[in-house]
Design a protein around this ligand. Structure first.
Ligand SMILES: O=C(O)[C@@H](O)C(=O)COP(=O)(O)O
Ligand SMILES: [Zn+2]
Length: 210
């Protein structure tokens, strides 16, 4: 895909997420690596439902604005993920309802916020570490994500929401949507005794990609 096609894809997929309730208002941001090594990112304050292809921000790996509107306040953490994980070619950050609700719970396991109970969580995400609460836009979020970038595909920002990566934009969005559905199941199942996957069942799935 050339840059023009990638811009159209960003607008179309972001709108689809907005229309299906994965993003609301002006919350969230996303970015994708361009063929020339720059990054296309959503402008700060933009809504996933109303992105304009020509207005998307282009930044270099150091966060310098190359063209378009001022980039998301979280662009530094997107870049930290690209810098530290060569397999990462797209990043999505959401305030999706169930993952954000999960991010507000006390006593989360900070190594893995979701104990596996469905195979697709293991295949798509594996483990999701929790990043202690920091104000949105805080530069330390980038440091915390950068340290863990090579080992995980998704992260939960405490009292804030998820950050999900992918090998391309579709992959990152599919990961995000499936992760949100997994979080929804946690709340649906909350008064029931969950049969978690056993260590052997998780091990059997861990080698398989989605
Ligand atoms: O929660 C926040 O303020 C940001 O993390 C966010 O989701 C939207 O910020 P922008 O991408 O700068 O609009
Ligand atoms: Zn946010």
């Amino acid at each position: 895909m050339n840059e023009g096609q990638i811009r159209q894809k960003v607008v179309e997929l972001a709108r689809s997420m907005f229309e299906r309730g994965y993003a609301t208002g002006g919350s969230g941001n996303l970015s994708v690596k361009l063929p020339n090594g720059h990054f296309l990112a959503t402008p700060t304050g933009s809504s996933f439902g109303r992105l304009v292809a020509e207005e998307l921000s282009v930044v270099d790996i150091d966060g310098n604005l190359i063209s378009g509107k001022k980039a998301s306040k979280e662009v530094a953490f997107h870049l930290a993920l690209y810098r530290n994980n060569p397999k990462c070619n797209a990043v999505v950050h959401l305030h999706s309802t169930y993952l954000t609700a999960l991010s507000c719970l006390n006593n989360l396991d900070h190594d893995n916020a979701i104990k596996p109970f469905t195979p697709y969580y293991v295949m798509r995400i594996g483990q999701m570490p929790v990043i202690p609460y920091l104000k949105p836009g805080h530069p330390q979020i980038a440091q915390e994500l950068g340290k863990r970038a090579a080992d995980y595909r998704a992260f939960l920002l405490a009292n804030h929401g998820p950050v999900i990566t992918g090998v391309d934009l579709e992959d990152a969005i599919d990961n995000a949507e499936e992760l949100e559905e997994t979080a929804k199941l946690i709340f649906l199942l909350k008064n029931n005794s969950i049969k978690y996957l056993t260590k052997d069942e998780v091990a059997e799935l861990s080698g398989s990609s989605k």
